[in-house]
Ligand binder design. Structure first.
Ligand code: NZQ
Ligand code: ZN
Length: 392
């Protein structure tokens, strides 16, 4: 077992009408002026944004608004937010929406707090020194950004999708009302479920360390998500299942399912970020499309964690060699993806990169990492190219 630090300072307010607690939460922050950040309009259509405005008015808190964050949030809007925040003297950012809005808010927060060109933090030319405090009203179960230290932004210049992690960006509070996720299109619900699963799967595939309790928590989380993803496929308004998935999303990426390990592999995420950076696909669907190819490639060299995944997560029964068991687990996971209408290759995802684009993505992936991707097996550009080819 490895030593670890478990840091989850986010106050979670969970349940029906949780957003009604916003006033008290904002008051406790003691801020002067808030930037209310949102996406492309779902929170306008649902009336949530109007309710936020009412609360801020009632609390006599000044605010400015910036909408327009898109899936795979863009650097240009982050710059706009930083400029607006500086001009208006913003000292708190309220993200109302999904992972893209929250990540965009975190990047704006970095820019406001750290000064200079915020992109340099993502390019690892400078270190994060702080982040304007963030609060979240979550509308989709997926990324776990509501509790995580991570933030992923796409720079339009070269379509580079880069991450930047710092505990300073962990939200101060996260309001999670499962009912708010009921207006999601089925496709986004399924994408979110895959992303939640992957955040724990990435941690499951570690190369060193590990502890029984973490494995058991992780397996239970993954099995719970798969069960309720199937229920939501047939009954999207099921409150209990919405709640299970929403809470799983936060726990899956707040560090809990990686305690005592080396942190996990994360190559599928790095590879997918290149795919969604270049082709602008939904992150969860992109993960589903490449995971099987990554898993086949890596398990053929290092099967042990894939065998335990097959047994304890996918509950594959029967005997077989390690290679056979690993493959059965991978196939069972792909079957689950198909069952919730997620793609299991890039053709099903709707993208067909040519050789030049495959080479570009593989190069960018290794460059962005500053070396090979992954822990179970270290993947160099030629390995990543091969995985993309297998995923066609
Ligand atoms: O923009 P609006 O109109 O709000 O529509 C969104 C968007 O089109 C819509 N939506 C969200 N809540 C809704 C809703 N529509 C109807 N009703 C609701 N209640 O759903 C679409 C997807 O939203 P988005 O925020 O993009 O989804 P998600 O939460 O999956 O975020 C994806 C982004 O987060 C990054 C991904 O790479 C991607 O850029 N990630 C961030 C992580 C982190 N910060 O920790 C970790 C992840 O691995 C991931 O990389
Ligand atoms: Zn993810």
């Amino acid at each position: 077992m490895n030593d670890f630090v478990y840091n989850t300072p986010t106050k979670v307010v969970f349940g029906r009408k949780a957003e009604e607690k916003l006033g008290a939460l904002m008051r406790a922050q003691g801020c002067r002026k808030v930037l209310v950040h949102y996406g492309q309009g779902s929170v306008v259509r649902s009336g949530l944004l109007d309710r936020v405005r009412e609360v801020l008015k009632a609390e006599a808190i000044e605010w400015v608004e910036l909408g327009g964050a898109v899936p795979n949030p863009r650097l240009s809007l982050v710059y706009e937010g930083i400029e607006l925040g500086r001009r208006e003297g913003v000292d708190f950012i309220l993200a109302v929406g999904g992972g893209s809005v929250i990540d965009s808010a975190k990047a704006i927060g970095y820019g406001l707090s750290c000064g200079g060109d915020v992109w340099e933090l993502f390019e690892r030319k400078r270190k994060v020194t702080g982040c304007t405090p963030i609060g979240v009203i979550l509308t989709i179960a997926a990324t776990g950004s509501e509790m995580s230290a991570s933030c992923v932004i796409t720079g339009e210049d070269g379509w580079r999708k880069l991450g930047c992690s710092s505990d300073t960006s962990r939200p101060r509070f996260a309001i999670m009302n499962p009912e708010l996720t009921m207006t999601l299109p089925d496709y986004q619900t399924a994408c979110g479920c895959v992303d939640i699963l992957m955040h724990t799967m990435e941690r499951w595939f570690y190369a060193s360390g590990g502890m029984e309790l973490t494995d058991r928590i992780a397996a239970s989380l993954m099995r719970t998500v798969m069960k309720h993803a199937l229920i939501l496929r047939d009954d999207p308004q099921n409150y209990e299942s919405r709640a299970e998935i929403l809470w799983a999303g936060a726990l899956s990426h707040n560090g809990l399912t990686g305690c005592g390990t080396d942190g996990g592999d994360w190559a599928p995420h790095k590879i997918e970020h290149e795919l969604s950076g270049l082709f602008d696909v939904a992150h969860g669907a992109g993960l589903a499309a490449i995971w099987g190819s990554w898993a086949r490639y890596v398990s053929s060299r290092e099967p042990s964690r894939f065998v335990s995944f097959a047994q304890h997560v996918m509950q594959v029964s029967g005997a077989g060699t390690d290679a056979e068991m690993a493959l059965k687990g991978i196939e069972a996971f792909e079957e689950f993806c198909r069952a919730i209408h997620m793609p299991v290759n890039m053709r099903e995802l709707g993208v067909q990169p040519d050789e030049e684009q495959i080479a570009e993505m593989a190069q960018k992936c290794v460059k962005g990492m500053g070396g090979p991707a992954g822990k179970v097996v270290k993947l160099y550009a030629e390995d990543i190219e091969e995985i993309f080819r297998m995923a066609r």
